[in-house]
Design a protein around this ligand. Structure first.
Ligand SMILES: O=C(O)[C@H]1O[C@H](OP(=O)(O)OP(=O)(O)OC[C@H]2O[C@@H](n3ccc(=O)[nH]c3=O)[C@H](O)[C@@H]2O)[C@H](O)[C@@H](O)[C@H]1O
Length: 430
């Protein structure tokens, strides 16, 4: 019958030697039509496999739904129900809800009575069990986390059909400065394409939600003027991660300008704390120190220390809520701008940079383990030598005021870490 490549797609393309016998002709016709039917099914299946499973650009096409149906809609609606005795509660879609910042922000909103729905794609960038456990904690608090990708336009539209979100807290991202060298496409996919998809769906929603989204201190890149102010240059990114975060800011501005979406960007400065990300220094160092392994501490190329404006998660959460509470309504509706909308950008840092070597000293004291450290020059892979936030704008407009210094914050992190990783801990309690 030949190989796959020569299977006929249409009956008339099937050539055969005719028999003189009429019955043979009939048999052949039947066989031919069976063959045509089989080949059509085959082509159809091949089409399905290619477009719905293999094609890299299918994320906007309907995929096998792990969402939808009356039960699912009930859970979505229930999660976004308010429980606030006074005030005007928000209805917030939190993207990246099972991420580090996403979990904390979702919990804080729910606790004060806002309606919250999470969405997370549970990718495997780091330990999926940590993400699943965060989702369990959220579920127990009454927050449902929909499993799905922000690139899935059908899912996002469905969510906006079911719920009239007043706000979107966009925290889903491909994070990590150093991993960006290894997998740049993943950053473009989440931080640019995914964000644009979310903005597209949001601008078409009626009512349009106000958008608060996570940017990063890394957008300051090679800026050497300290402390970093929102007025400083952000056109010299030093990492692929930073470039995608900066691109996100530009898209946010464009959607604000064209469609009247209210947008607020938050530039986070190296956030740490309980439930933190395992790819970040605080978590990585703690894990290796406890195992007695040597850790690698970067120093700047001139031998000086590398410093970060480490910011405690509890302070970041207050900044996020402040941004949501002061966000004005979008002005557009159904994709049409009706007037200028609010456009803001804020630094959320701690305003007291600490050398990484000092971070290690504090961990050494808290963990009571002698640290084996290897000091090596900072790799030329996008890391920056220092970060330092000027937070006066956030103080003035959001009432943002960080209160947790690095030692106090690390104490809370270490307590959580030991508890979470305790072999005696029954994981079902989370
Ligand atoms: O604020 C941000 O915009 C970013 O913050 C975070 O990036 P960073 O500031 O690089 O945090 P993190 O990895 O904790 O490294 C901390 C320090 O330890 C140093 N570092 C790190 C690893 C190591 O093995 N050795 C080391 O010295 C390292 O050189 C650095 O000086 C987020 O990951 C990122 O998603 C983004 O949000």
């Amino acid at each position: 019958m030949g190989g796959i490549g020569i299977l006929p797609s249409k009956p008339e393309k099937y050539h055969y030697q005719p028999y003189n016998n009429i019955n043979n002709n009939n048999i052949l016709r039947i066989r031919s039509s069976k063959f045509t039917l089989c080949s059509s099914i085959f082509v159809f299946l091949a089409f399905i496999i290619f477009f719905f499973i293999l094609s890299p650009s299918t994320s906007s096409l309907p995929t096998k739904n792990s969402w939808g149906g009356p039960e699912w809609e009930k859970r979505v609606t229930k999660s976004t129900r308010h429980n606030s005795p006074s005030g005007s509660p928000l209805t917030v879609l939190v993207t990246g809800a099972s991420g580090f910042v996403g979990m904390h922000v979702s919990l804080a909103l729910k606790r004060r009575g806002d309606g919250v729905l999470g969405i997370d794609n549970f990718n495997r960038y780091y330990d999926i069990n940590l993400k699943r456990t965060r989702a369990k904690v959220l579920s127990r608090a009454g927050v449902f986390v929909v499993e799905g990708d922000i690139n899935d336009v059908h899912l996002l539209r469905k969510l906006f059909d079911v719920v009239a979100f007043t706000h979107v807290m966009h925290l889903a991202a491909q994070a990590g400065v150093r991993y960006a060298m290894r997998n740049p496409n993943s950053y473009v996919h989440s931080n640019i394409a995914g964000f644009v998809n979310l903005l597209e769906v949001s601008k078409s929603a009626n009512p349009q939600p106000a958008i608060v989204y996570a940017s990063s201190s890394s957008v300051y890149g090679l800026n050497s003027k300290t402390p970093f102010s929102e007025k400083d240059r952000t056109d010299q990114p030093a990492s692929l991660y930073a470039a995608t975060k900066k691109a996100g800011e530009e898209f946010a501005h464009t959607y604000n300008h064209i469609y009247g979406l209210s947008v607020t960007g938050l530039r986070f400065f190296t956030v740490y704390g309980p439930w933190g990300r395992p790819d970040m220094a605080v978590y990585l160092f703690t894990k290796d120190i406890l195992k007695g392994k040597q850790i690698t501490v970067f120093e700047s190329p001139d031998g000086g220390s590398v410093t970060r404006d480490f910011t405690y998660i509890g302070d970041i959460v207050k900044g996020c809520l402040g941004a949501l509470d002061t966000a004005k309504k979008s002005t557009g509706s159904g994709g049409k701008k009706k007037g200028n909308a609010q456009y803001r950008i804020f630094n959320l840092g701690n305003t007291s940079p600490v050398p990484v070597s000092e971070l290690v000293n504090i961990l050494e004291k808290l963990l009571k383990v002698n640290v084996k450290r290897k000091v090596v020059p900072m790799p030329i892979n996008g890391d920056v030598r220092f970060t330092h936030a000027n937070i006066s704008r956030a103080q003035r407009e959001l009432g943002y005021m960080p209160t947790t210094d690095l030692e106090a914050g690390l104490k809370k992190f270490v307590r959580w870490y030991l508890d979470f990783h305790s072999p005696l801990k029954n994981k079902n309690v989370w």
